[in-house]
Design a binder for this molecule. Structure first.
Ligand SMILES: Nc1ncnc2c1ncn2[C@@H]1O[C@H](COP(=O)(O)OP(=O)(O)OP(=O)(O)O)[C@@H](O)[C@H]1O
Length: 363
């Protein structure tokens, strides 16, 4: 029997927790073929061990399809044995970055989308969840209006396949219901949708998952911190005092001792206005210093300042974000700097602090 044929057969076995095949996920070790005997070890996380039997049968079936005479012995081991608290939610996602703001309209979604795409431009694997269930803007900003995700059966369970924007998997309530219907969703339904986006969607291996939160503090933020371990939050504010005051309230939710999500830094959006015809001019319409102030208050850093320019709004409306175009290098650079600083802050955070735990709160 040919070992490489067996590997190719095993590559058809899908791990139901991630939707990826067990070869891509490097779950097979010590594959040995002797006569009719095929022996190997299948490494499972504690979450995958729920599917132990299914996976065992799937492996045997896949090999016997090629070699009906094969005697297959699958030795299953748990890779998390002895670990204190294995990550069981989105184990294939290395970092989850929540983008939050105090009030609406400060450009949180614009920052989230351009940050995600700038991270992707560094070569990282990035996905996005639009958790702004009341006002989903991702479909418009990425030109995906009217598109619907497909549902596929993965081991007998229906799973959502995210939509794709230029190689970036994305999910939004706007892909499921019409935007004007979103407001009718209430507490438990909202929590259900967030959980579907996390646990019932087939996300590939990702370096960063960027989550666009609704403004303020509410059920959705609470559901999210109870559902996934958030690596850190990026706060978006405009420079004026009132925006900062609201942003502090939103920020304080992340810093609650039982939530304990670190603030990676602050993005000051609409920092100054630059007219198209006078690209070197800066008019500080909303005052100055809000971003720095918020960064100081959260003991974090100002990740960057984004100007108020027509191209950013046009990019969002046209479904082609400014960092994906070449007609506004200044804004593109500003977002690139935000992404570089975010990468650095995530790396420092992961070096210095233990992984975030999912919040267990009495409701
Ligand atoms: N720096 C900017 N320059 C020009 N227009 C911008 C800028 N940032 C955001 N906008 C525009 O402002 C509007 C609001 O932005 P966005 O939807 O990102 O805000 P938001 O904070 O996510 O709002 P909400 O959460 O209330 O939906 C959009 O039309 C967007 O294109």
């Amino acid at each position: 029997m040919d070992k490489s044929k067996i590997v190719r057969a095993l590559a058809k076995v899908i791990d139901p927790t991630t939707g990826q095949d067990i070869i891509t996920r490097s779950m097979i070790r010590d594959l040995e073929v002797e006569g009719n005997n095929v022996n190997f070890t299948l490494e499972l996380s504690s979450l995958e061990s729920k599917h132990k039997q299914d996976l065992n049968f799937a492996c045997i079936g896949a090999i016997q399809e090629v070699y009906p005479e094969a005697e297959v012995n699958v030795h299953m081991v748990s890779v998390n044995a002895g670990a204190s608290e294995p990550t069981t939610v989105l184990p294939q996602v290395k970092n989850i970055i929540a983008v939050a703001s105090g009030k609406g309209g400060v450009g949180k979604s614009t920052v989230a989308v351009n940050l995600a795409l700038s991270l992707k431009q560094t070569g990282a694997k990035v996905g996005m969840i639009d958790a702004d269930l009341y006002g989903p803007s991702l479909p418009t900003m990425l030109g995906l209006q009217g598109k619907r995700p497909t549902v596929q059966q993965v081991y007998g369970k229906p799973r959502i396949m995210p939509l794709d924007y230029q190689g970036m998997p994305v999910m939004s309530i706007g892909f499921i219901i019409e935007p004007e219907q979103a407001v009718v969703l209430r507490g438990p339904r909202l929590a259900g949708v967030i959980k579907q986006f996390i646990s019932e969607t087939v996300w590939p291996d990702l370096d960063y998952m960027v989550v666009d939160l609704p403004p303020g503090t509410g059920d959705i933020q609470l559901t999210l911190v109870q559902s996934v371990p958030i690596t850190g939050a990026v706060m978006v504010t405009t420079p004026q005092e009132v925006a900062v005051v609201d942003a502090v309230k939103a920020m304080n939710m992340f810093l609650l001792p039982q939530v304990n999500v670190p603030i990676l830094g602050v993005v000051e959006n609409m920092a100054w206005f630059t007219p198209k015809e006078l690209p070197d001019n800066k008019y500080f319409l909303f005052g100055e210093g809000g971003g720095k102030k918020l960064a100081r208050m959260s003991n974090s850093m100002l990740l960057g300042q984004i100007p108020l320019v027509q191209g950013i709004r046009e990019g969002g409306d046209a479904g082609r974000p400014v960092v994906e175009r070449d007609d506004d290098p200044i804004s593109k650079d500003a977002f690139r700097q935000v992404a570089q600083n975010t990468l650095r802050q995530v790396a420092i955070r992961n070096e210095m602090i233990a992984p975030t735990q999912i919040v267990k709160m009495k409701q």
